[in-house]
Design a protein around this ligand. Structure first.
Ligand SMILES: [Zn+2]
Length: 287
């Protein structure tokens, strides 16, 4: 890495990128704007939906997926309103689609564009299990993990000159390399569009998404204790012959489950506060 680029990035990190992750307070380097990330994500999302089979919203399963996405997005908005940051999610345009695929996977792009694959429903098993996955994925978007990875990549690969920042500038400097970085970060690799969203997050981003996800699912009225059951089921799948796509980017091990158990008292406080929220009667329904 050139010293000038590093110096420029450091300066920017003090000015523009002076930001920290909600709830955990971890400081992160962000050299791209929400609006640039959201518009590029929207393009990738549309391409994905155009080339995959979206399940009709009139089906029970797709309706459930949309309901969970909606409740978690509203819970997240409530969280920011209650913590004095009501505009934090401005610009997010939440959308959740169920896509027909045998892959065990789900993801949320920057700006709130989500996909759940039918292949993950046998593992989530019920609406609360689905809320574990969607709470986690929404949290990657809310914590701007994709933007963070893009920022780190743009600096590491010299896509910005000293003092520069912004996705548009990187794109103007080195369009091919910037697009390749985006494709790598978000798993956009034609023709394997089924892997969109397969971002190999670092361990700290994974833990953070678990943490935020537990709080948001709790505020949405879903029992966070199901997270332990869900990750236990994912861990059992890893013993099979073919590792599910979701598991390859979300290692489920005893450490992850132990960390989630440590967060449970905090999550349960949020769950108890929202226990007056009407809960669904289909929570135990098997799919
Ligand atoms: Zn994750």
């Amino acid at each position: 890495m050139k010293r000038g680029i590093l110096y420029g990035a450091m300066l920017l990190s003090l000015v523009w990128a002076c930001t920290s992750v909600p709830l955990t307070g971890r400081r992160q380097l962000l050299l791209v704007s929400d609006s640039d990330m959201h518009s590029m994500a929207l393009t990738s999302y549309k391409q994905f939906l155009d080339t995959n089979k979206v399940v009709s919203a009139t089906t029970t399963q797709a309706a459930m997926v949309k309901r969970v996405g909606d409740r978690i997005a509203k819970a997240a908005q409530r969280y920011f309103e209650q913590t004095g940051n009501p505009n934090y999610l401005d610009g997010y345009q939440w959308q959740t689609e169920l896509v027909e695929s045998k892959e065990v996977n789900a993801w949320c792009m920057p700006g709130g564009k989500m996909v759940v694959y039918t292949g993950i429903l046998p593992v989530t098993q019920n609406e609360t299990g689905l809320a574990v996955v969607m709470g986690h994925e929404v949290s990657h978007a809310i914590a701007k993990h994709g933007a963070e990875r893009m920022s780190q990549g743009m600096v590491a690969e010299g896509l910005l000159a000293a003092g520069q920042a912004g996705l548009g500038i990187a794109m103007a400097n080195k369009p091919g390399a910037t697009q390749t970085l985006w494709n790598t970060v978000f798993g956009v690799a034609a023709p394997a569009a089924a892997q969109l969203g397969l971002l190999a997050h670092g361990r700290n981003q994974e833990s953070e998404a678990d943490h935020l996800g537990l709080i948001f699912m709790s505020m949405a009225g879903y029992d966070p204790k199901e997270a332990v059951n869900f990750w236990g089921r994912m861990a059992a799948l890893s013993k099979g012959s073919k590792t599910p796509i979701f598991l390859s980017s979300h290692p489920s091990d005893t450490q992850r489950i132990a960390d989630i158990q440590k967060l449970m008292p905090e999550a349960l406080k949020y769950y108890q506060v929202t226990s007056t929220t009407p809960t669904t009667t289909s929570g135990s329904k098997k799919y």
